[in-house]
Design a protein around this ligand. Sequence first.
Ligand SMILES: [Zn+2]
Length: 409
Amino acid sequence: MLYSKSFINTSRENPKVAECQSHRLLLKGSFLYMVSSGIYSYLPLGWRVLNKINDIIRQEMDSAGAQELLMSALQPIDIWKKTGRDKDLEEVMFRFKDRKKRELCLGPTHEEEITEIVKRYISSYKQLPFTLYQIQAKFRDEPRPRFGLMRSSEFIMKDAYSFDLGREGLEENYQKMFEAYKKIFRRFELDCVIVEADSGAMGGSVSHEFMVPAEIGEDILYFCQVCGKYYREKEKCSSCAGIAEPVKTVEVGHIFQLGTKYSQAQDAFVLGRQGEKVSLVMGCYGIGVSRVLASVAEVSSDKKGLIWPKSITPFEAIFLVLDETKTEEIIAIADSLESKGFSLLVDERKEPAGVKFNDAYLIGSPYIIIIGKNYQKSGKIEVEERKSGLSHQISPDKLIDFLKSEYRR
Ligand SMILES: [Zn+2]
């Protein structure tokens, strides 16, 4: 893609509304547009990152055996009355009536709706087990939207739901999701701490949270520097008696063994092996997709700007053409790399070098390829590796091998 044709509109000023590092960088780099407090649009740069995040989630969910669907965002309040959560979640629900006076809400979560869907189609134990998931916008009337995508009124979530005949099956499915989550967060290069958690408004017994240590985190964990363990409560460390210090963390994933809370309330059962009625045993598994985007931006930057992990970068490399006479040659090189599957941005604008570098740092590609005056003499282009700060001199015909090896293709 050519910079001059792109809808990339970085800003030199720090946005006044920015409340933290990720919020500042995502607004400044034109990844996000703030519609209103707690409401955001994803601009082309942000959307590219988000789609890569979604691709990784889909790959890992599918390979764990889950099947994707898409539920409605509009939900009738009637299904919420069955579980009593129309009251429990009353304060955070966006509720209203349509022209026929039907009571509706914008889904803050989807346990009730998925249970209604499943009970319509499933009647025998032979149809179990299975796991369904979706990636969708959710809505919560936040009292205090904060930190951009970290706590917003409309946000994107991946939510999965498993259905089993018994406890054993649930535990097996839960373990599968637990492992899939570890792979997903590793691919985002997020160092997650996994802790046992409170099930809260979701109900059920066992639950685990996936937390990213970050200064703006609103959940506190306690970390023992001696043995590296995390705890929910302040107490000496139970393993080594060291002092566990508080660490702020952001929740990016949460998985729950729900049991039969929803299936009993909504009368969702199957006939078991002896023809007996068995309530469906459920698990639910969430990832805050838009929050992942913000969390990566929060922990993966330096003084110059963002440094996206290779797996979710909007562009795998940015070419800075600083010698105008080479523009066409560089565009041809980039075209041939793009035809081999690399996503590249060529900055061929007639702008000073300083402006181009600054924008490349704001966009946050892991590799910046510099074509300067030196190229004329040496025939080598310079590749700046953002994370390590290393610089490589490479001839253009070796670029494909370099990128292939860096991106392990
Ligand atoms: Zn310890």
